[in-house]
Design a protein around this ligand. Structure first.
Ligand SMILES: [Zn+2]
Length: 398
């Protein structure tokens, strides 16, 4: 089932539209996380007003609490959280294996190396062909997730796009383990497809996930396998490397192997420079906790490459600054409120502070992506990318 059409191509970057039952999503697009049926601190209508057409729910968290059957009985996740746009859910694989493999999330983004072992025992009880047994972080109860369970959960939630159940292998896993795990992820994809056939769920879009760690032959093999399956899109998952250069290299290998006509989703990546690099390599969709997580810590996105595109509003300089986070930013926070006010709110743990910074961060991301789409359409994506990497504010790049 084709849900993607490409509008313009500039180098390897593309603009297009992902069509879902609830909304058409212009790409390249950033997808805010609504892991626990909420984009943290924001109302669904506020997220929509910022221009977002799709959010990402989390099968793992919602399976554990409040339960997918519960949400289904209340009309599905769209109704439950009052979101009428497109909804993609991740399969739970990433979260389950994050517990088992240590801080996978950090590793994937090249931030840290962790030692093998210890944490794994804390939560995962067994990884077998059939599926994964683990302890719930909520009540310690033993739970089991398989490809079939994941498909069932995501269907019950009413997602527009579901992700195949995969094992997210960490960087330290090594080649042998990564290869075996990738093969199992491929077999799990076949079982996801089988479940959908049996349960009449084939009209719902499914994205397969390319694994294979930092090994080129494995990534090639996985890209080939996933591309040949009946999927509507392809996600790139797992460890992409320790450093940014390696991450970009892995994304380069994978996108070079993928068919043009399927949307490509790079899982869990959201730093400004990473988004620009991946779009240049032909990635269409992104999701990441970064803008909302930073918001909760009083960190605002800004056009500051040397400061990792962020300003820490908790720090002393903001205390006396009667200026917006970014001069000329059109967001609800910058229109009216000063850094000094937000500094005070965040330091006082006032929730309004978190809401203001999160609103600004999501606005910044929306504008960054809008700038990418516009510049691709006008055949000047590289100039846009260089300008932003140089410290230009996304909406000021001409
Ligand atoms: Zn702003």
């Amino acid at each position: 089932m084709s849900i993607f059409s490409i509008d313009r191509i500039d180098g390897r970057a593309r603009t297009g539209i992902v069509t879902t039952p609830h909304a058409d999503v212009e790409t390249p697009a950033f997808i805010p996380l609504a892991s626990r049926a909420s984009v943290k601190s924001m109302l669904a209508e506020e997220v929509k007003a910022l221009g977002y057409k799709m959010v990402l729910g989390n099968a793992y968290h919602l399976f554990l609490s409040p339960g997918h059957e519960h949400i289904k009985s209340l009309g599905g996740l769209h109704r439950f959280m009052e979101w009428d746009g497109a909804l993609i859910t991740d399969s739970g694989g990433f979260q389950i294996f994050s517990m088992g493999h240590g801080r996978v999330a950090d590793e994937i983004k090249g931030r840290a190396q962790v030692s093998v072992g210890e944490e794994r025992q804390a939560a995962i009880l067994s990884i077998e062909e059939e599926g994964v047994r683990f302890r719930s972080y909520i009540d310690g109860a033993e739970r089991f997730v398989s490809p079939e369970v994941s498909m069932d959960v995501q269907a019950a939630l009413g997602s527009d796009i579901v992700l195949a159940f995969d094992e997210c292998t960490p960087f330290h896993a090594g080649r042998d383990y990564t290869a075996q795990s990738m093969e199992r992820t491929h077999r799990w994809l076949d079982r996801c497809i089988e479940w959908r056939k049996k349960n009449g769920d084939e009209d719902r879009a499914l994205f397969g996930i390319v694994q294979g760690g930092v090994y080129r032959d494995l990534r090639d093999a996985s890209a080939e396998k996933i591309s040949s399956a009946p999927v509507s899109g392809i996600a790139i998952g797992g460890s992409l490397g320790k450093e940014k250069e390696q991450i970009y290299e892995v994304v380069d290998w994978v996108t070079a192997k993928l068919p043009e006509n399927l949307p490509r989703h790079l899982l869990g990546i959201g730093e400004v420079d990473d988004l620009l690099a991946a779009v240049a390599l032909g990635v269409d969709l992104f999701d990441c906790a970064m803008p909302t997580r930073l918001g909760r810590h009083g960190m605002a996105l800004a056009a500051d490459p040397n400061g990792r595109w962020r300003i820490d509003l908790r720090k002393a300089p903001a205390r006396d600054q009667d200026i917006p986070i970014i001069d000329g930013c059109g967001c609800g926070a910058c229109n009216k409120y000063s850094r000094a006010y937000i500094h005070y709110l965040v330091r006082s743990s006032e929730m309004t502070g978190v809401r203001l910074v999160t609103n600004h961060n999501l606005f910044f991301m929306a504008k960054l992506m809008e700038g990418m789409r516009k510049s691709i359409a006008e055949g000047r994506f590289e100039q846009y990318r260089e300008a932003v990497l140089d410290g230009a504010v996304p909406w000021e790049v001409q």
